[in-house]
Design a protein around this ligand. Sequence first.
Ligand code: WQD
Length: 351
Amino acid sequence: MNKILVTGGCGYIGSHTIVDLLENGYEVISVDNNSRSNPRILEGVEKITGKKIKNYKVDLCNFDDTFAIFTENPDIRGIVHFAAYKAVGESVEQPLMYFENNLLSLINLLKCVQEFDIPYFVFSSSCTVYGNPNEIPVTETTPPKPAESPYGYSKQMGEQIINEFSKAARAQCILLRYFNPVGAHPSALIGELPIGRPANLVPAITQTAIGKLPQMQVHGDDYPTRDGSCIRDYVHVSDIAHAHTLALTYMFSQKNQKKCEVFNLGTGQGVTVLEAIRAFEKVSGIKLNYVIGPRRPGDVVAIYANNDLAQKQLGWIPRFSLDDMMATAWRWEQKLKVDEKFYNTKYSELN
Ligand code: WQD
């Protein structure tokens, strides 16, 4: 079996991708320093797949420790790189922490790709690289605008670093630009574990619905959209995960046409914040307690994907509907309430 190193494997998209890779015949190891993730999520992966995953608790900003993983695993054939900080608001307050963590870890990994001649590299990028687009839906050739945050700049710079690296190295690279990943694995054995008060919409909805948050705010309903609230392209995390498996398989079968290729991972459907709330209320039967608040600085008015390229080249077809996204997110939140102790224990006690 082809062995894949998944960085950030204890994280939200990383853990879902490990499940999909295992279910599609890949062997997987994880590296995750658990600074922002819970190692117990891999127990959920094991319950779903029946396979135990080894996680190297290593900070990728430490080159020697990262190098040692490859020395110990000379049969690594591909890397899927998720590990990064991703809180937009935090990145505005602490830009240097974001640039150091997100870029130094990437450069250390790419040095290992070069040194160990790893053939395939998949990078977790984001629609945030488009900034506030003039035209929607956005295609992969839509020119990037200035990012809205240091987090967004770290993704734009990461893409440029990989693009230039791929011209000089043997490795084939793919950049996957996620739109808004939401929901949880249908089993409710893995899902998103936001640290502290969630900034993202769907965990804010589910935590309000379950009573963890007293109320949530809709950040503005005076935008030039059909109902005044912002438009996004929500996509189920399991669909995002499967795209990584397809991207690796695409490269393993030498179908890629360029050394570095980019794909949008969105459903192509724009959904407003209020429509997302309505969908949640419909599938949960719960009337959500929210108020309309002021706009959130840095918010893009509207963005959604043209995903033709991922469909055509990778054969990627998103399967989950908006209702599925909300239903699985809600099932996971209800499971978290039962397993409060298991998941909400302070991480330092878990390691
Ligand atoms: C979506 C919409 C909010 C919370 C960011 C990053 C992106 C990715 C996902 C990392 C916006 C509104 C939200 C709330 C609200 N991050 N909202 N009340 O900002 O589109 O994308 O997170 O991978 O790279 O840019 O996602 O879920 O924060 O916001 O009204 O309590 O929901 O204003 O319009 P966003 P989001």
